[in-house]
Design a protein around this ligand. Structure first.
Ligand SMILES: Nc1ncnc2c1ncn2[C@@H]1O[C@H](COP(=O)(O)OP(=O)(O)OP(=O)(O)O)[C@@H](O)[C@H]1O
Ligand SMILES: [Mg+2]
Length: 347
């Protein structure tokens, strides 16, 4: 096994708000991304995915803060990095982000070639011609005709803009790319094309990827390993094969059951009845318990500890009943001819 490029260990992140109620967006999150791995982070809206992405590059909103735990990037702890350390040592060069609202991340009044020159000026010792040449190469990588490098962003379709953003994310040859919902704003065909391009990088570039999405089937199709999040907690983490074949956290199991077939990659993440709790305090219980068909009183008696599954250190579920889940779930799912009583919005 290679060394992890990124490790989260017991990381908690909160946002201060104007009232006296903080938002404990991420709590005791532990996972790691191996070098050259494509790692998928999946979970429903508000569960803390972008907060995790932002923390990696020091991009949390001003009221956000890593309150405990360690974030280690290539062997170095970064959770206490200053703004200038993030800028000088990490952003773009080592880690680049394709942000969730990436359609706004290109400068609308600047030609793309000029944006490449600017980027090169701040972060590299490349000259103008070399910068433009590099953009030209990257346009080729993401399938945009090289002749378009002197266009303005608004001359591009949404899909082309998104591919341009991927090109810029590759510009400084980072070792980790974070793609936060890279296809959400696009139509289905374009989504597939973008994922194809992202996938091709795996073979051609020496790169690791954190791919954030609502859609567990996108993770199953495109990633090597993954974590499922719910209500600010990591529910389950492991290789995609582990989580696909042997899910042990109830949330992962129900999601799985809502996506019985990965031949239908365009399905939305199913909505599971109920809502995650408002995290105005750090939760000392399982945040899925209220929605979980298998919850018992102990699920409210403490934050769930990590359980290693079948002796495989890389596969963990944060559920006190993880060891029983296989049996419990098969009984439950058999007794409910379909999962429509669990899933508010079947597929
Ligand atoms: N600046 C902020 N101040 C207060 N609360 C915030 C702030 N940013 C995010 N939050 C809250 O933190 C929680 C996690 O948000 P986050 O954006 O990480 O979720 P997400 O999983 O990326 O959701 P989505 O899938 O909708 O993008 C949510 O409850 C959100 O409302
Ligand atoms: Mg988000």
């Amino acid at each position: 096994m290679t060394e992890p490029i990124l490790e989260f260990e017991d990381v908690s992140i909160k946002y201060r708000t104007r009232g006296d109620e903080d938002v404990h967006a991420v709590n005791d999150a532990t996972f790691s991304i191996e070098e050259h791995d494509y790692f998928g982070l999946v979970g429903e809206s508000g569960c803390g995915k972008s907060t995790i992405a932002d923390a990696i590059v020091g991009g949390l909103d001003d009221n956000g803060e890593v309150v405990s735990g360690t974030i280690t990037f290539e062997g170095q702890e970064i959770q206490n990095f200053s703004e200038s350390q993030f800028n000088e040592e990490l952003r773009w060069k080592e880690v680049s982000v394709i942000p969730q609202s990436s359609m706004n991340s290109l400068d609308p009044v600047m030609k793309l070639s000029d944006q490449a020159i600017e980027m090169a000026k701040y972060h590299t010792d490349l000259g103008k011609t070399e910068a433009v040449d590099r953009l030209r190469e990257l346009f080729d990588v993401v399938g945009i005709p090289e002749s378009r490098i002197h266009d303005y962003p608004h001359q591009f379709s949404g899909g082309m803009q998104q591919r341009t953003i991927i090109a810029f994310a590759l510009f400084l040859r980072p070792s980790l790319i974070i793609a936060d919902e890279p296809t959400t704003a696009l139509d289905v065909i374009m989504q597939d094309q973008i994922l194809d391009h992202i996938n091709r990088l795996k073979d051609d570039w020496d790169i690791s990827m954190l791919l954030i999405t609502h859609d567990i089937s996108v993770v199953f199709e495109n990633c090597d390993s993954m974590a499922v999040m719910h209500g600010g907690q990591i529910a389950e983490a492991g290789s995609v094969t582990d989580v696909f074949d042997r899910p042990r956290h109830p949330y992962a199991i129900l999601l799985q059951n809502a996506f019985p077939d990965i031949r239908y990659p365009d399905r939305e993440l199913a909505i599971i009845e109920g809502h995650p709790p408002q995290l105005t305090e750090k939760p000392d219980y399982c945040t899925f318990a209220d929605r979980c068909p298998w919850a018992i009183s102990d699920c409210y008696a403490g934050a769930p500890p990590a359980k290693t599954i079948d002796g495989n250190e890389a596969h963990r579920a944060w559920c006190i009943r993880a060891d029983e889940m296989d049996e419990l779930a098969s009984d439950h799912l058999e007794s409910t001819a379909d999962v429509s009583n669990v899933l508010e919005d079947g597929l």
